[in-house]
Each structure stands twice: as C-alpha cells, then as structure tokens.
Write a protein that binds this ligand. Sequence first.
Ligand code: UDP
Length: 492
Amino acid sequence: MATNGNPNLRPLRVFFIPYFATGHMIPMVDIARLFATRGVDSTILVTPANATLISPTIDAASAAGLPIRTLLYPFPSSAVNLPPGAENLASVPLSDAPKIDAASLLTVNDHDRLLRLHRPDAVVSDTHFFWTTSIARDLHIPRISFHAIGLFPVCVMSSLFRHLPHLTVSDDLHPFLVPDLPHPIHMLRSELPDFLRSNNTPIAEAMSALSDAESGSLGVVVNSFAELESAYADYYYKHDKMTTWFVGPVAQVTGNVSRGAAENPRAISNRERCMEWLEKQRERSVVYACFGSWCHFSSEQLREMALGLEMAGHPFLWVVREGDGEEEWMPEGFEERVKEKGLVVIGWAPQVEVLRHRAVGGFVTHCGWNSVLEGVSSGLPMVTWPLSTEQFINEKLVVEVVGTAVRAWEGRRSTEEGEKEVVKSGDLAVAVEKVMGAGKEAEKRREKAREVGEMAKKAVDVGGSSYEGLSRLIQDIRDFDGGINGCDRVSI
Ligand code: UDP
C-alpha cells in the first residue's frame, strides 16, 4: 500500500465518491459511516448541492465523534445546461435525467486532482465513475466499486450482456430465460433498463469502459447480505471473476437520521405527522406505499392508486412526490372518505423509520434496490410496482426467488414511459389484500418475510455475515500489495 510506515499503525484513510442520485448517495454515505465506526478516516467527495443533502447524516456522525467529513468539488452545471443547484437526479425533471449522466462524465479531472492531492489509502467509488480505477492504479491504491444495487440484478445484467438473449426474441413482450443463473429467471425485453434496450444512452456508450474498470477494481462492496444473495456472489466470482463484500443492509445499522431529507422542506413536519399517525394504528395493520426519490406518475395513475388503496380497505400511509400533479389527481371526496383510514404525505417520509414501525404490515414499493432491502430487512411482505431502470429485475428477486412479494398488476410491463399502461385500482386492491389479508398463502408469505427480516438483522450484528464482510473488506484494503502489476484480486 502507498503509505509511509506500517499502515496497521495508523488509521486507514478512505475516500468515497457517490453518484448524483439519492438512491446511490444514501447507501454510500451509510457505508462511509460504517467504515468510520471501525476507525477508518472517511471522506466523501461530493458536489455542493449534494453535500447539503447528506449534511444532516454527516453532521450527526461527526458530532458523535466518528472520523467522517465531506470534501467539495464543483458540479459542471453550465456545461450540461442545468440551473445552479440542480445536481441530483431527484432535483431535475425526468426529461433532464440524461444531463445528470452527462455531467457525471465531466467530473474526471476533479476526481483526479483530489485523489492525487490527498492520496488516500483506498477509494470506494460509484460504478459510474469508472476512471477512478486507473487513477487508483497510478496511485498504487485499491479502487472498490459500488453499484447501489444488489448482486442479483448485477448478475442478471451481466448474463444479459454476455449472452444477449433479449436481442434474439421476436418482440419486446416475448419472455426469455436469463441464461446460467442460479434460479430460472424469465424476463421481457420491455422490462429491461434503457441501456440494455438501446445503445444510445450515455451509460450504454460507457459500458465497455465501465466493465473494464470493474475488472481492474479490487472488488465490489454490496449493500446486501449473504443470506439473501450468496448464490449470486458465487456466480459473480465464477463468471466475472469479481470479489464481493456484503456489508448490508446498511440502513439497518445507520437508521434514518434524516437520510436524504435535507433538500425537502416538508420532510421534518412530514416526519412528525407520520410517526404521530402510526402511533394510533393497530399492530401490522398499515400499508405503506412509497416510490423512491425520483419516480413520477401521471395524474390518472395517481387517481387509480388512490382508489386502489381506499378499495383495499386497510389503513394506509402513502407518499406522493412533490410536483406530481399536486392535488389535481385526488378523486372526488377522497380526502373526506379516507381521513380516518389514510394519511397522504406529499414530498418525503422517513421511510426506514416508517418501515420499522410496529403498525406497518405491508409495503407497496417501486422496487428501487434500497427500498427492496429496507422492506426485506423490516420483515415486511411487499406489493411490487416497478417503474424503470433495474426495478423489474429486483421485483423478480422478491416475488420469485425469496417469495415475500406479489406483483401489483399482471398487464403490460415496461420501463418506458410511453409504453406503460395505467394500473387499475382493482388490481392494486387485490394485490394489497394478498399481503395484508387472511388466508394460508398470505400468512405463509408474511412468515417468510419475518424470517428473512430476522436474517437481515443478524447479518449486521457483531459477528454476523455483513459485519464480518466489512471487517474482511477493511483487512483486504490494508493487505493490498500496492497494485504494481494492476489491482490483484483477493479471493472470497
Ligand atoms: N426515501 C425516503 N423517503 C421517501 C422516499 C425515499 O427515506 O419519501 C429513501 C428510501 O428509504 C431509500 C431511498 O430514499 O433509501 C430511495 O432509494 P431506492 O433505491 O429505493 O429508489 P430510487 O430513489 O433510487 O429510485
């Protein structure tokens, strides 16, 4: 390792570089915080507006005495024609999402400059920032990659890139088998992320550089746990020769501490409303519905969702994104009818805290990886409503492999806005009943969800699989041989 003297005698210094999306930033900051709890001096490289987003977490950790801080670099706003302060996927309209990707490709020089200036002992960077592998190699330090998703979706996509089965089916709606996986997974081309459906996205264009950088990394740190995905760690090692360290579910350890809420002015009052309302509800009676940090719905879809939650007949806590049609979607008389039974929160809810509350019994989720993992580790059965990116793949894990979730609808399924059908209220109500209602199958699903939730909690306890995963990762960084001949891999 590029250190002066014996690296075991002084704290390791590790730099973390999260991507400009809340769903990437929250878990990477949690991972940096976990490193800090083990005495690793942790620095998060971040742009100014994104620093504001994570500052409550960093400030709380730092006030608790943990060695953690942020180091700022500029966001290339004018180069990609974004207004000042719009530095995150969650703070731009969906149509501007490609500008965030384009901006990420313009950060090479800043990353290079800061890593060379500060010379940390290792860099943990989002998979988008593939150039950090070669900078790390130059500095003779290891680069550890972070995908912000689990190994199941990573392996599904790796198999698709290798075998291209989706390019040989006759049409988008023809199911195909994803080859070689530990479980028989069938998908539709319409369910795949856009960079697999088309070669014209910035990510698709960067894909070969991304995969070269990946194989030049020391390995991949994963926000998941072995009991959920160990078959896929074996698969990834066998097929892609990648070492992995499970360190999650990270939210289980770090809790909610205003994660990602800083930019949302309603977050604090929403928290009070949610927790007060939940306190009045019966044990495991509430359905919580939330769709992540940047998804949008049409007013028509929101109206059907409202009617579906009402029709299902269970108390519900529903988070609607700010700006999603504001209240024009609300069905006639809805507020009055559900005022005893439902709480609609506009903006941001303290999701991890809500999911852990004794009153919550089920989770309607868009299947963003963090949400899936937070639902799993809270021991909750789920209704899956994937929308975009790799969310339909994540759905397969909880519906078909783990068996703790049911799909919100069975009709046309697509990651493309223009191809989506409006999911009907009746379909949602039926799905909610399957996770909340009576009957042997529902009870079996809930029991299984509780079991997996217990495993998740144990994984992060002292001596658990993820606790040990983090210990191994820190030791592997210490043992890194300097990478004179490239980044040598360690075996799991
Ligand atoms: N989240 C939250 N409150 C909200 C919406 C989202 O705390 O009202 C958190 C959620 O707990 C998760 C993250 O934001 O940690 C969203 O990440 P995910 O991967 O689920 O979805 P994405 O936003 O990336 O689509």
